[in-house]
Design a protein around this ligand. Structure first.
Ligand SMILES: Cc1ncc(COP(=O)(O)O)c(C=O)c1O
Length: 325
């Protein structure tokens, strides 16, 4: 089966990571040394590497508390602008389209989070700009998996690469087992890894490093095993799982004092990455119970770009996510 069949007739090119798909989107947008690329300041710092490896310069625009872009009118001329569908919820593209028609910039819709998600007109997120980005590995437990969607240009033909994906294959199997039986095998593996790291004096979770802003992951092509696993998945089952889980987690989060949900309901065709919410750090213990009950991971998002980390407004720094991977 073809996991991305619904995204045709866009040209589809597979990559190992969304960051590689982004590099190709920028290249095809004509971005090179010294060109400027606009993106939101509320972004995972890794994404900057796709801009930096081309010798291009990031220019940040702001988003408000609902994560809508607010300062596009203040932007200088750029050749490409990135709009982000945070957590699988559609970004309003009207101001982006207005900016692009005024400046001839290319619009790249970063839908790394929202595989299969659609807006209220039924349009698949990622297929609404000149280029779209999907990070399949954020939806399914595979070692590699991302795609570039292109509306006008042809896809690039890069064959998958045979490589060992042992740890991810194990994770995939454990997550299936855990979802079917409720026995926390994957959660157990995560806890064991965190403990081993703590005992060896390391951080429980790899801290982001500033290299992430300049260096891309080594593998560019998707692994053949990842691709085969992805093409074995049933979109309808995954869509239903994510939407059902959203309602359950939202109902639990409503009981936690001082949690502010970014979205408390789903539109009919939204497929969420998870449940994003705002919370103060001292309440994190409550979140561990939620992880155990729903077999999910709760994480803070994003690791902000280092240029903004110190000066970012509070509403960039208190977002957490119940991640459904
Ligand atoms: C919005 C967004 N776009 C792109 C990426 C990059 O995805 P990948 O890790 O597959 O390169 C991320 C990663 O965190 C992200 O959050």
């Amino acid at each position: 089966m073809d996991l991305l069949a619904a995204y045709r007739p866009s040209a589809i090119s597979y990559f190992a990571f969304a960051r590689h798909a982004m590099v190709e989107a920028l290249r095809q947008s004509g971005i090179g040394n010294g060109d400027r690329v606009a993106l939101p300041g509320f972004i995972c710092r890794d994404v900057l590497a796709s801009i930096h490896v081309l010798g291009a310069l990031p220019v940040f625009y702001e988003v408000d508390e609902s994560l809508r872009a607010t300062t596009l009118n203040d932007l200088p001329q750029v050749r490409a602008i990135i709009a982000v569908d945070y957590f699988g919820f559609p970004q309003d593209l009207a101001p982006f389209r207005e900016y692009c028609s005024r400046t001839s910039a290319k619009l790249i819709e970063d839908n790394a989070h929202g595989l299969f998600s659609r807006d209220d007109r039924g349009q698949l997120l990622g297929s609404r700009g000149d280029f779209g980005i999907l990070s399949l590995r954020k939806t399914f437990h595979v070692a590699t998996g991302a795609a570039l969607l292109a509306r006008e240009s042809a896809g690039i033909d890069m064959p998958c690469v045979e490589r060992s994906e042992g740890a991810h294959a194990l994770r995939f199997t454990l997550s299936r087992f855990e979802r079917r039986t409720g026995i926390p095998t994957l959660a157990g593996m995560r806890a064991a890894i965190r403990l081993a790291r703590r005992l060896s004096g390391r951080a429980e979770i790899d801290p982001n490093s500033s290299d992430d802003e300049t260096m891309l992951p080594r593998f560019i092509a998707i692994g053949c095993r990842s691709l085969a696993t992805l093409n074995d998945q049933d979109p309808a089952t995954e869509i239903a799982r994510r939407r059902t889980l959203f309602d359950k987690v939202v109902s639990d989060l409503r009981e936690v004092p001082n949690v502010r949900l970014l979205h408390d309901r789903l539109d009919s065709q939204t497929v969420p990455y998870g449940v994003p919410f705002r919370i103060e750090p001292e309440q994190q213990e409550t979140l561990r119970a939620l992880e155990r009950r729903h077999h999910v991971v709760v994480m803070q998002w994003p690791a902000l770009p280092s240029a903004l980390a110190a000066s970012a407004p509070v509403h960039y720094r208190n977002v957490w996510l119940v991640n459904f991977l």
